[in-house]
Every structure is written in C-alpha cells, then in structure tokens.
Design a protein around this ligand. Structure first.
Ligand code: NDP
Length: 287
C-alpha cells in the first residue's frame, strides 16, 4: 500500500482561507484590524527568512504586521522594555520574539518570553497559556502542534479512541501535542531518549508523531501497518537538502497517510500563527 501524502500546502491554504474570513469578521463587526509584532534580535539569516515569511503571510491575509529589528548587542533589559511597550500598545494584538536569541541573552530566554502579555502570546509559550492547555481551557496553543491537529481534522483522520505515540517531549512540540491529542480522546504515549524498546511502543501507534530532530530516525519497521505518520522534524543533511525524522520513502509503503518533509507540517506553522493572531485579538476584545 502506498500512503496518502498529506501535503502541507493544501492544508495551509485552507487554514489561511479560514484566517482571512476571521480577519474580515473582526474588521466588519468590531472595526479592528488584527496586528502582529515580530521582534528579531541580531542577524541570524534563518530567522530573517522566517520573519520575512511571517510578514508576507500577514500582508496576504490583511493582518497588520510590524517587524521590530533590534541589534545583536541588545541587552535583556532593553528587550524587556520593548516587550512592555508592546504589551501596553492597544494597536498590537500579537507579540512574537523570534528564537533563537543571541548568545549573550539566550540564558534569559524564559524570563523574556514570560514578559509577553499572555493574551498577546501568539506562540503559546507563556506558562498561563500552557496551564490553560493542560487544563483543557480555550487558549493560545503553540503553532506547530496546533497545525498538526488541524491538519488531521482537515484530512478527516479520526483521533477519538486511537492510540497515539509522540516521539519527543519538548515544550514547543511534544508536550503540547500530548495535551491536544488527549483532549481529543486519543490514548497517548510520549517517548523520549530514555524510552526503552522504542520500536515496540511506536508499532502500537495508530497515529505516530515524530518530533526528534534526527534525520530518518523512524524506520519502516517502527511503524504499524496503516498508521498515520506526522513528521515534524526538519533536518538539513546537505546545503540544499532537508529531510524529516521519518524515513519517508520506506514509511510511505506501510503507513496509510504521511506528511512529507519539506512541504508538510512546516507550512502549517505559519498558517496557524495567523489563526493565533486572530484568536488573540478576539480574546482581547472579550476582555
Ligand atoms: P528538541 O530537541 O527540543 O526535542 C527533541 C526530543 O526528541 C527530546 O524530547 C528528546 O528526548 C527526543 N529524542 C532525542 N533523541 C531521541 C531518541 N534517540 N529516542 C527517542 N527520543 C529522542 O526538539 P523540538 O521538539 O524543538 O524539535 C523537534 C524537531 O522538529 C526538530 O527537527 C525541529 O527542527 C522540528 N521542528 C519543526 C517545526 C516546524 O515548524 N515544522 C517547529 C518546531 C520544531 P529527551 O527529552 O530525552 O532529550
């Protein structure tokens, strides 16, 4: 059997279409144009590409977008002062600090991110939003796992009652994915580098999410026939060659559906960020 390929482009277009309607609704009902401010500190070339992409997508959907460029030598205090200023600015609905931060302030990342007003925290990293996700309350959810769930829904893949296995327990992907899938009534196991007999566990998965950061780590023999495979990994193995955490060519012969890399989950992340800006704007209006 050859798996259905879950193309990120198809789903991200749908998510963006939904977001566009959300923008129009906010404009027509409340006279509000949602806005996102992205702070980039230093000159990391990959970060610059990501930030440009976010800015372009905002413009495409009618979301106001501001890129705040700060120098490599920015201090923790200066960055926090900028965040405070944006927290107080009612014309800004979403705030995102692009990671990674320069080495000199990297150690303060948590303190810096936690300074963002939770209602403007479109990355969904603030402990307030994490707590609400864990307790099952409506909240701003990290964009990559939220995109994975949205894609499963749009693809008509059932989650309720399924066995889901996540490899990876990061705060950005693995842990939020656990809560999202559990909230949708999957039975979820989270694996990590200390998990014993990993292939035995992954072979039980109806839905397998790989968020490890190791090229082609998940091989065909780790996959249950007809499983749905969500590959979050992005690994550069040559200057112009990206691969996922799953051995795609062999896995697609066993799985029933699989996301490719590139062209899979990566495209959903920016689309979900747009939805989070709209959600944040609505939460602020409700307040
Ligand atoms: P982290 O490095 O934060 O986490 C990796 C996880 O994988 C850890 O929990 C680690 O376990 C686990 N792991 C490492 N080695 C093994 C192993 N041998 N067996 C089982 N588990 C293992 O990564 P992220 O979650 O931030 O990212 C994961 C991947 O997803 C990366 O490739 C990243 O580039 C990609 N990514 C893609 C995004 C997108 O937009 N598509 C967004 C975010 C990330 P332990 O906790 O024990 O160390």
């Amino acid at each position: 059997m050859t798996a259905r390929i879950l193309e990120g482009k198809e789903f991200s277009l749908k998510i963006k279409e939904e977001a566009k309607l959300g923008v129009e609704e906010l404009k027509n009902k409340f006279g509000v144009t949602p806005s996102l401010a992205v702070v980039i500190v230093g000159e990391n070339p990959a970060s610059q590409v990501y930030v440009r992409n976010k800015h372009k997508t905002c413009e495409e959907l009618g979301i106001r977008s501001e890129v705040v460029e700060m120098s490599e030598s920015t201090t923790k205090e200066e960055l926090i002062a900028k965040i405070d200023e944006m927290n107080a600015d009612k014309s800004i609905n979403g705030i995102l600090v692009q990671l990674p931060l320069p080495t000199a302030i990297k150690a303060h990342e948590e303190e810096i991110l936690n300074r963002i007003d939770p209602l403007k925290d479109v990355d969904g990293f603030h402990p307030y939003n994490v707590g609400r996700l864990v307790t099952g309350s409506p909240t701003l959810v990290p964009c990559t796992p939220a995109g994975c769930l949205k894609m499963l829904d749009l693809a008509g893949i059932e989650i309720d009652g399924k066995r889901a296995v996540i490899i990876g327990r990061s705060n950005i992907v693995g842990k939020p994915m656990l809560h999202l899938l559990m909230s949708r009534h999957a039975t979820v196991t989270v694996c990590h580098s200390h998990t014993k007999n990993l292939p035995e566990v992954t072979r039980e998965a109806d839905i397998l999410v790989a968020a490890i950061g190791k090229p082609k780590f998940v091989t065909a023999d780790m996959i249950k026939p007809s499983a749905v495979i969500v590959d979050v990994g992005i690994n550069r193995i040559a200057p112009k060659k990206l691969v996922g955490d799953v051995d795609f060519d062999n896995a697609k012969e066993i799985a029933s559906a699989i996301t490719p890399v590139p062209g899979g989950v990566g495209l959903l992340t920016v689309a979900m960020l747009m939805q989070n800006v709209i959600k944040a704007t609505r939460l602020q209006l409700e307040k």
